[in-house]
Design a protein around this ligand. Sequence first.
Ligand code: G3P
Length: 225
Amino acid sequence: MKLCIDTADIAQIRRIYEFFPVDGVSTNPSILAKTGRAPYEVLKDIRSIIGKDGELFVQATAKKAESMTEEAHRIVRELGEGTLIKIPCTQEGFKAMKMLHGEGIRFIGTAIYTAMQGWLAAKCGAEYVAPYVNRIDNMGFDGIQVAKDIHDAIKGSGYGSGLLAASFKNSQQVLELAVYGVKAVTAAPDIIDGLVKNAAIDAAIDVFTEDFEGLCGKGRTMADI
Ligand code: G3P
């Protein structure tokens, strides 16, 4: 399963890339707004951190299909071909997806709250479809179940699509979808940190260090004994 970071915070992207096996960075207009910076400026900074082959997800903001495709062309021109355009799964969005599919531009279906949207986006040629797990939960439905339903609906379809599940409130949700075999998830830095934030792990490592230092001396490691 691919793991992406759902943020445009440059310091956090650098930190998470340093420590975790990350495949890309996803953004949306709200995430970009939080930076307070010019969108292409911050996106180019992200591109320079993740390299030309890192997957960078950038959302089209127009409501009409023709305008979304214009945005897609500009975004790819500015940020390179490893950039995937996030297209909201509306009727206009599906029209835009069909146009982009014919042009060979990479895109994903986003703003997914129902399995029906996910299935349609996959059928339109979306490389990924992005159900919003936590936002679905907050509406009184089961976000993980919606994500699993989409995964099941498209996995044997031959559409070549898979999940980029998004909007997580905890790390366990990420693990549950990893176990289920989804293609990718994107999560905020604190959710990624949470994958290894565990007092039992820290306590076990401390005991190992203490025992080794008791044997070989304070500050010693296998490199300098
Ligand atoms: O791009 C959609 C996704 O990032 C939503 O996450 O945490 O705002 O619900 P969140």
